[in-house]
Design a protein around this ligand. Structure first.
Ligand SMILES: Cc1cc2nc3c(=O)[nH]c(=O)nc-3n(C[C@H](O)[C@H](O)[C@H](O)COP(=O)(O)OP(=O)(O)OC[C@H]3O[C@@H](n4cnc5c(N)ncnc54)[C@H](O)[C@@H]3O)c2cc1C
Length: 500
């Protein structure tokens, strides 16, 4: 193959794969993406049921703030442009505990006064929290080049632009959300801090998440997840990339310590100069290349579920009459106990998609319930027969429907079931390891997982996936795609042409 005709083959057409594809085209390569599903997008997905649209990813998209390096990446891949409209959401979420109701508003001052009014006894902790959320707004993940390629000037620049982040890490980087919640006296505040992210998460990641909302760096693009994926697909195709859907890859071909191509389910072999694996990394190790390539770091994280937990969810979507459910945002509330995935559930959340009128017929809205599930629950679901699985899902839907109607009696007779999905759905649809749709959770006192996305002893194989940096998510996926191509382009002494 001549130099300018070099070919990159990408396995997996999620956000990381699409990003790698687009950057690959911008660097002048021939690029083919092979995606097992009928449509690209992977975990960043939405689908239709009974005339409604179910959006199953973007709760917030970090990197929406203009002028940031990450925003530039989202614009380069076509996910956002200067005209992108964002959803009119005024809160992160609301927690109801007993008679108290408390909201983390987009407007931080509003949050502060609401929290102080609710619990003057917690004034010191509340004020500290608010102050540190402001500091955390500076946090940006590296989006220009991989961290290992950063020079002294890059680190100086990062140090200056995130001058207050060390304070956040000092105060909230060594406690988890459970400990953060214990710092507060009021039961509703205790509850608030363990509602959104698993209580095992290091508290600093929660502050960073909330800060991205308050600073306008974590908006939801209108149209939701699938619409954003479609814009990225269009960008890839416009640049001349080839997207092959319904194309499961069974093997990455490695010869003489060099990746040389892929093998499809129908035995067809496709050769290339570079392979980028954008699938779930366990799918890559387990099926595409073999576990012998999994080094000690990967092995120890996958093996230690205590230190590096993973999470998934049981979710259910309904369509409701707008007159019966007029709440905005995501609301957490206590409910009478029920079991799903073998786990006792006493608290659930419901998110309203009222900000997307296109998602439901006139006069209706889509609402969604999310119940966290961990490894144990995945194994529970996995151990069921097909019949048992279907019947447990039905039981979950019934229990959820009843709890919603108990909390919001106006829903009685005014809601209809749309769909229910579990950790097994993510496994089936995306080959997601144990149904996990984010990477390893960062726990307090445990080094946050991060690798370069290269494999020792195998040339020309690059990993672009949310799994290469905890806690995963869309920003990690999109930059992982860019960085894989950045490394290839550096090797070939090529430039990425942003003016294409
Ligand atoms: C309910 C939910 C809410 C979320 N909320 C947010 C949020 O608010 N903000 C945020 O930042 N992130 C969120 N995420 C996480 C986000 O969706 C993921 O981090 C991101 O989409 C992962 O992208 P990826 O490309 O690394 O992996 P994936 O999306 O898993 O892409 C991998 C692709 O590879 C394909 N594939 C797998 N095996 C093969 C094979 N053998 N051959 C060919 N193709 C294969 C899969 O079908 C898939 O398309 C959420 C996810 C879910 C499910």
């Amino acid at each position: 193959m001549s130099e300018n005709k070099k070919r990159i083959v990408i396995v997996g057409g999620g956000i990381a794969g699409l990003s790698a594809g687009i950057y690959g085209k911008l660097a002048g390569y021939n690029v083919d993406i092979y995606e097992k599903n009928p449509v690209a997008g992977g975990e960043c997905m939405g689908w239709n049921r009974k005339g409604c649209h179910i959006d199953n990813c973007i709760h917030w998209l970090t990197g929406t703030k203009k002028g940031t390096a990450l925003r530039k990446v989202w614009e380069t891949v076509g996910a956002l442009d200067e005209h992108t409209e964002f959803a009119d959401c005024d809160s992160f979420y609301t927690s109801i505990k007993g008679d108290s109701r408390v909201t983390l508003w987009k407007d931080l001052e509003r949050t502060k006064s609401e929290l102080l009014k609710l619990s003057p006894d917690d004034a010191m902790e509340i004020e500290k929290f608010i102050e540190y959320v402001k500091y955390a707004a500076e946090c940006e993940i590296p989006a220009e080049k991989p961290m290992d390629a950063m020079g002294i000037m890059d680190y100086i620049h990062m140090g200056v632009s995130m001058a207050d982040m060390p304070k956040v890490m000092k105060e909230y980087g060594s406690i988890d959300l459970e400990e953060l919640s214990k710092r507060f006296k009021h039961p509703a505040l205790k509850q608030l801090f363990t509602d959104y992210l698993p209580k095992e998460y290091v508290a600093s990641s929660f502050l960073v998440s909330y800060a991205s909302i308050t600073s306008g760096n974590g908006e939801i693009p209108m149209g939701g997840s699938l619409a954003m994926v479609k814009r990225m697909v269009n960008q890839f195709l416009r640049l001349g990339g080839n997207l092959h859907c319904n194309a499961p890859v069974v093997r990455i071909l490695i010869e003489n310590k060099k990746a040389i191509g892929i093998e499809m389910a129908d035995k067809e072999k496709v050769l290339a100069d570079y392979i980028i694996s954008s699938v779930d990394t366990m799918e890559m190790f387990d099926r595409l290349i073999g576990k012998k390539y999994m080094d000690a770091k990967w092995q120890s994280c996958y093996a230690d579920n205590e230190k590096y937990p993973l999470f998934s969810a049981v979710q259910a979507a309904f369509v409701a009459d707008k007159t019966a459910y007029d709440r905005k945002g995501t609301i957490f509330f206590d409910c009478s106990p029920f079991e799903t995935g073998g786990r006792k559930v006493e608290r659930i959340s419901v998110k309203s998609y009222e900000y997307e009128p296109e998602f439901a017929p006139t006069g209706k809205i889509v609402i969604q319930v999310n119940i966290p599930q961990f490894d144990k629950e995945y194994l529970y679901w996995k151990g069921l027969t097909k019949e048992e699985y279907e019947s447990r899902k039905k039981e979950a839907v019934k229990a959820i429907e009843e709890r919603l109607q108990m909390q919001f009696p106006s829903l009685l007779g005014h809601m209809e079931f749309l769909d229910c999905w579990t950790p097994i759905t993510y496994e089936r649809y995306c080959n997601a390891y144990h149904g996990a749709y984010m990477g390893f959770i960062t726990r307090k006192g445990v080094k946050s997982f991060r690798v370069k996305g290269l494999l020792k002893g195998v040339q020309n194989l690059y990993i672009a996936s949310q799994w290469i940096m905890a806690p995963g998510g869309l920003p990690v996926a999109v930059t992982a795609g860019k960085f894989a191509v950045w490394r290839i382009a550096c090797k070939d002494k090529r430039m990425i042409d942003y003016n294409n």
